[in-house]
Design a protein around this ligand. Structure first.
Ligand code: MG
Length: 366
């Protein structure tokens, strides 16, 4: 078992209500098995801003708790389905758990010659991708960035919003690009229920949805806000499991669910969130964490499930990262092919892995 740290520069710094990032620090988990290696990319960011998890903390909980617990519970006879139950005694840390489960699943699928898409039950061979655009220094700069995405063939753009950067940029994008462009906003929890009247000012612009307007814990407020604005309320940070998704849907707190495997503890739980949405007739889409091509390829397989009815954050990493760990993903007219090779993700390029590695440690297995 290896924990490897890599660092890739963002093409341009990413600004959201959470702050500004210049680098993507990534934790990779590698499990060595008699049948070959499996890799998992942890979704955690360097800072605990999107959620409580962060790279250093994820490495710590893997090293000191998750790996020893998995080995003690399973005796080393591990398959992907056994990882979640074995780690259930550790509260929280879904991204660290997901990285471990993904590495095990990758090794398992490679040995079996099965692609993640087939394992999950994907029904599409191509998925439509949307682009996420950070907050810009000016409305003009934002329009330039959106124009570049539209020129590349993307039909959906997600704008990061926060108090002071919401109605004006949304209005400008709608006026410049017309009603055919799918536009959605992501607040990362920056508003309070007392902002409901202000958020209703977004109603005339026909947003596909507003993502995580209120704090992650505020499902009651989200249900009330959903009654007070016309823009469909989507939840991202709030949805930590299929059970929470079912609760949020029942409360009327969510009309559209953003599914991220890292945020819910792995691809197996992500599929359960998808199934919960399908059963409830709620739309879903696959969110992004500015992953490298390793995790983004895996997300393409997830997004090929039938219930993902809206374009996800699945643009090629070359749009936001200078460099990648795998062969570049390529979009054609805003869509990407669903990988069909065995395993969760594509093969890592050894030279790129070496170039971007900032640290590596072996975790003793007991
Ligand atoms: Mg989000």
């Amino acid at each position: 078992m290896e924990l490897r740290r890599v660092r890739l520069p963002f093409r341009v710094p990413i600004r959201s209500s959470l702050g500004t990032s210049r680098w993507r620090d990534v934790l990779l988990v590698r499990v060595g098995t008699p049948g070959g290696d499996g890799w998992g990319e942890c979704a955690a960011l360097a800072e605990p801003t999107y959620s409580a998890e962060y790279v250093e903390g994820a490495a710590g909980v893997l090293r000191h708790h998750l790996v020893p617990l998995l080995m003690a519970t399973t005796g080393g006879d591990v398959d992907a389905a056994s990882v979640g139950p074995a780690l259930a005694g550790v509260r929280g840390h879904p991204m660290a758990k997901a990285a471990l489960e993904t590495a095990v699943l990758d090794a398992e699928l490679r040995a079996a010659g099965v692609s993640l898409a087939r394992y999950l039950g994907a029904t599409r061979t191509v998925v439509e991708a949307g682009v996420a655009v950070g907050m810009s220094s000016s409305v003009g700069a934002l329009l330039d960035e959106v124009a570049a995405a539209v020129d590349e063939g993307f039909r959906r753009v997600k704008l990061k919003v926060a108090p002071g950067w919401d109605v004006e940029p949304v209005r400008a994008v709608r006026e410049r690009f017309g009603d055919d462009l799918l536009v959605q906003a992501d607040a990362n929890g920056a508003y309070r229920l007392s902002d409901a009247t202000h958020l209703a000012a977004l109603d005339p612009f026909g947003l596909v949805l507003i993502e995580q307007p209120l704090e992650p814990d505020d499902l009651v407020g989200s249900a009330e806000l959903a009654r007070r604005i016309r823009t469909p309320v989507c939840l991202d940070e709030s949805i930590t499991s299929a059970e929470v998704a079912a609760r949020a849907i029942a409360m009327g707190a969510v009309a559209v669910v953003n599914v991220k495997p890292g945020r819910v503890g792995g691809f197996l739980e992500a599929r359960r969130v998808h199934d919960t949405c399908v059963a409830a007739g709620v739309a879903a889409w696959c969110g992004g964490m500015f992953e490298t091509g390793l995790a983004r390829s895996a997300n393409l397989a997830l997004a090929a499930l039938p219930g993902f009815s809206l374009p996800g954050d699945l643009s090629p990493p070359s749009r936001y990262l200078a460099g990648d760990l795998v062969a570049p993903l390529v979009a054609t007219d805003g869509s990407l092919a669903v990988p069909d090779r065995p395993g969760v993700g594509p093969d890592l390029r050894p030279d790129a892995l070496r170039e971007h590695t900032t640290g590596s440690e072996r975790v003793p297995l007991g």
